[in-house]
Design a binder for this molecule. Structure first.
Ligand code: ZN
Length: 439
């Protein structure tokens, strides 16, 4: 059977998405991978503590290793004409390792963990878990600790479920303190301590660095599932992967902004800590975006004019209707996988969408030959949120909340349609390229 050009394009897009997901077990790795792609596409990296001289061109800034702002000052538009903004978040729910994590008992060494974000805890049982993040090390050659990315890339941790025979009431909730520390190893004679394990791994990753007599001073480490992303379903119509929320959107954003057409003002904002409320130095409630905007447009009046002419697509996955739990969704707003990006509405402004901003997104989709879907929560259930309302309120940028339809959101293994990532990207491409007026 011959494949159509669109099917080939979808397959190539998903292959690239899968490699992005695999390279990004944590927000730090996602930013590292996005930075690599921006470097490869001629973006200039700026540091917040340097002076900037901005001329038309493409730039990016990283904050705290886990948030990123990439922007193109277009050759065709002045900055006062506004920016086309895509916003997404880099973090995903996970188990985060405690600062002094070692636990011993029953012949095992385990790691104490906290729950980061709204993880579905049961999905972490019986998986091939590994460890990734960043560690700070004070080398012999310097009085100041240096940060290193770390990734074990092999199954290292396990969280076995309790046998059904010992747990007849298997609906019992997992206790976050007692039941979640994953097993790392058996404790034989003189087991290596956790610091020694991390340093040994760093030596393998960074053979050029001298770790002799070094001291590990701190770390941000997360457990993650090693199972690679895959296609499933009879026709390959589904995708299973970890961290689709919200790396699917980060990937779509980075692919769109590195597109060769750099004639317009575009901006990609990937923030951290959305899953815990966004209040941090690298979160959307922090001042990263406002600080960078004030340096692109130092004059307050010009900045206000620019933001009033800007438009933001806040891209974060949306809930598809679950066929086993249709009663959990509004029956008038059935959301399907593979049916295109979802516009999210909420009367209480948990999403930033209004008629004005939804209409613009409909125009963008129309231009791309895509029909968007419309989501609203059941009226008797609380609604989640995104960085959309924060971005709209803090910066005065009109914003629409949209995202790829997905199932099993916040599971260690989420699900979306295999057509959905490319459909989102095509909408973003149209947003960046089309002749839309946002005022
Ligand atoms: Zn999300």
């Amino acid at each position: 059977m011959n494949s159509t050009p669109m099917e080939n394009r979808k397959a190539a897009y998903n292959t690239d998405l899968f490699s992005f997901l695999t390279a990004s077990p944590t927000a730090f790795h996602a930013i590292h991978e996005m930075s690599r792609r921006l470097d490869d596409n001629g973006f200039t990296r700026l540091k917040e503590n340097d002076l900037w001289t901005l001329v038309p061109g493409s730039y990016y800034v990283v904050r705290d290793g886990a948030a990123l702002l990439a922007f193109t000052l277009g050759s065709r538009e002045s900055t006062e004409q506004g920016f086309r903004v895509i916003a997404a978040h880099t973090d995903s729910p996970a188990l985060q390792v405690k600062p002094q994590p070692e636990l011993s008992g029953c012949g095992y060494r385990r790691l104490g963990v906290e729950v980061y974000g709204g993880a579905i805890l049961s999905s972490w049982l019986d998986r091939d878990l590994s460890l990734a993040g960043r560690v700070a090390v004070r080398l012999q050659s310097s009085p100041t600790s240096k940060l290193f990315l770390i990734h074990f890339e092999t199954p290292l941790l396990s969280l076995p479920s309790l046998a059904i025979h010992l747990n007849r009431d298997s609906t019992e909730q997992l206790n976050r303190q007692q039941n979640l520390p994953p097993i790392m190893m058996e404790t034989g004679e003189n087991p290596p301590d956790f610091e020694a394990i991390l340093i040994a791994r760093l030596r393998k990753i960074y053979p050029q660095v001298d770790f002799e007599h070094c001291e590990l001073t701190a770390f941000d480490l997360f457990c993650h599932d090693l199972t690679p992303p895959c296609l499933s379903g009879l026709q390959g119509e589904f995708i299973h992967a970890g961290r689709l929320d919200n790396l699917l959107s980060c990937h779509a954003g980075i692919t769109a902004i590195t597109n060769p057409d750099r004639s317009r003002n575009t901006l990609l904002y990937c923030s951290n800590h959305e899953e815990t409320g966004s209040l941090s130095i690298s979160g959307a409630q922090g001042n990263f975006l406002s600080s960078v905007l004030s340096r692109i447009l130092p004059d307050p009046v010009s900045r206000s004019r620019s933001l009033a002419s800007s438009f933001c697509i806040s891209l974060d996955n949306a809930h598809a209707t679950h066929p086993n739990y249709p009663e959990k969704s509004d029956s008038g707003h059935e959301i399907r996988l593979n049916r295109g990006p979802v516009i999210k509405y909420n009367a209480s402004q948990r999403y930033a969408t209004s008629a004005a901003t939804a209409a613009i997104f409909c125009d963008i989709c129309h231009d791309a030959g895509i029909a968007p879907q419309k989501f609203v929560m059941r009226s008797d259930m609380p609604c989640g949120s995104t960085i959309g309302p924060i971005t709209a309120a803090a910066h005065g940028i009109r914003t629409v909340d949209v995202g790829a339809a997905s199932l099993a959101m916040h599971s260690i293994r989420e699900m979306t349609g295999s057509a959905d990532p490319l459909l989102c990207f095509r909408a973003l491409s149209s947003f960046f390229a089309g002749n839309f007026h946002f005022v």
